[in-house]
Design a protein around this ligand. Structure first.
Ligand SMILES: [Cu+2]
Length: 76
């Protein structure tokens, strides 16, 4: 069942502390179709598992909402 679930790492600019991690995680978790979010402060990545492919623009908008920036298109 899990092999159909896409997991993509998004590079995020601007995260500096655990508050940032929580803000990014909460915004991404609220996106439609997102099953799990793991935000890594050390690597500046948000690893998102969703039950269908997420539009990059939706991810970018969610990060903007939280006050951060999508650093690049995800590579998977
Ligand atoms: Cu912070």
């Amino acid at each position: 069942m899990l092999d159909a679930v896409p997991t993509i790492a998004y590079p995020v600019l601007g995260m500096t502390c655990d508050h940032c991690v929580r803000a990014v995680r909460d915004e991404l978790a609220a996106l439609d179709g997102v099953a799990a979010v793991d935000v890594e402060l050390s690597t500046g990545r948000a690893v998102v598992t969703s039950d269908r492919p997420l539009p990059v623009e939706a991810v970018r908008a969610a990060l903007d909402e939280a006050g951060y920036e999508l650093a690049a298109e995800p590579t998977g």
